[in-house]
Ligand binder design. Structure first.
Ligand SMILES: Cc1ncc(COP(=O)(O)O)c(C=O)c1O
Length: 372
């Protein structure tokens, strides 16, 4: 089946008893046993599994082409479950431009339990130099947040596989519509489903998708069940509903992002546009080879100082000044402010989550904001 069909059907099933066409929300936390003491409905207790979560996990797993998927209450909870599944002392190699919330999680919550380096994982030599006997995972985020750096997933996989190291890809920016890391050899995919999967900036969620059901995956399932960082049945229901339009929404985001990037690139007040779909992007060729489309996120660097940068966003009418991404509405943010004092993001960088408004309106709004 093609991805548009999977998105609509793999998260839904006609309800057995009521024949409701759309799977109802099952709020019950517990499920009745059969006469033989078993669980004929397939569920025991909602922290372990729930009908709405099972359907959500099914559709997400199929969209990424995985053997199984696990849903969490946020992207950070999904990431944390990976870190919690690793033996103490495991070394993780992380990208230098890693989502700051997960970088801070490692530094603040896992220091002394795991060890980690933040390096340019796209540089094969640098990557090889940082591998240690206790390296268990290479973490990839591509395109990265907020610099839109591209990492060659196949290259990382070939280096990792030779040493028995697992590769995890945070595929939040790309979505399975633009990039399928498991087909490129990754072991695990991570998502903040708060973003494009939810698509309307109104629910939090996260997911992990595995290439194969192995001992590591069993451990991750244990962390999910015993830790309990699971989404509610209602959140699962809304996420399944949103996923039905994911392929078409993402196509719209990609269309608008490409045109907005091209507009910004020729603007005299813009120093640089970071969008993998532009031939000027330093890793455009890698993006072209490994992505199906270039995504809906871009960043641009303004000619000017921090105040000039803030003045631009304060003049915008359609773009909302807010963090996060992947919703139908366009968002813009001064990323260095959000990331805090230890940020390496340039003070004149603006990150844009390009929404689904008409592209002419978006260009017109940015045009007037960029006027001197
Ligand atoms: C690339 C990336 N990964 C993970 C996360 C964390 O997701 P959540 O906010 O759902 O915990 C985010 C959030 O912005 C993100 O942008």
């Amino acid at each position: 089946m093609k991805i548009e069909t999977i998105a609509i059907h793999a998260g839904n099933k006609v309800d057995g008893s009521s024949k409701a066409v759309i799977q109802p929300i099952v709020l019950s936390t517990t499920f009745e046993r059969g006469e033989d003491g078993g669980f004929p409905g397939g569920h025991i207790y909602s922290r372990s599994s729930n009908p709405n979560r099972a359907l959500l996990e099914n559709v997400i797993g199929k969209l990424e082409g995985g053997a199984d998927a696990a849903a969490f209450s946020s992207g950070n909870a999904a990431g944390m479950s990976v870190f919690q599944s690793l033996a103490p002392g495991t070394h993780i190699i992380c990208p230098d431009d890693m989502y700051h919330g997960l970088r801070n999680q490692l530094k603040n919550l896992f220091a002394g339990i795991l060890t980690f380096d933040f390096i340019d994982v796209n540089d094969g030599d640098v990557l090889q130099q940082h591998i240690r006997p206790e390296t268990g995972v290479i973490w990839v985020e591509t395109p990265s947040n907020p610099l839109l750096k591209i990492t060659d997933i196949k290259q990382v996989v070939s280096i990792a596989k030779a040493k028995g190291i697992k590769v995890v890809v945070d595929n939040t920016f790309a979505t399975p519509i633009c990039q399928q890391p498991l087909t490129l050899g990754a072991d695990l995919v991570m998502h903040s489903t708060t973003k494009y999967f939810g698509g309307h900036s109104d629910l939090m969620g996260g997911a992990l998708i595995t290439a194969e059901k192995n001992d590591w995956w069993a451990k991750i399932r244990q962390v999910q069940e015993m830790g309990g960082a699971i989404p509610s049945p209602t959140d699962c229901f809304w996420l399944v509903r949103s996923i039905k339009t994911l392929p078409y929404r993402v196509k719209g985001h990609v269309h608008n992002a490409q045109l907005l990037a091209e507009f910004l690139e020729q603007h005299p007040r813009v120093e640089q546009v970071l969008y993998p779909g532009l031939p000027s992007h330093p890793q455009h060729q890698i993006a072209k080879d490994q992505m199906l489309a270039y995504g809906g996120m871009l960043s641009f660097i303004v000619k000017g100082d921090r105040d000039d940068t803030h003045n631009i966003i304060n003049k915008l009418n359609i773009f909302t000044k807010a963090t996060s991404l992947g919703g139908v509405e366009s968002l813009i943010e001064h990323r260095a402010t959000v990331e805090g004092p230890d940020t390496k993001t340039p003070f004149n960088l603006l990150r844009v989550s390009v929404g689904l408004e008409h592209i002419d309106d978006l260009i017109e709004d940015l045009s007037q904001a960029l006027e001197d």
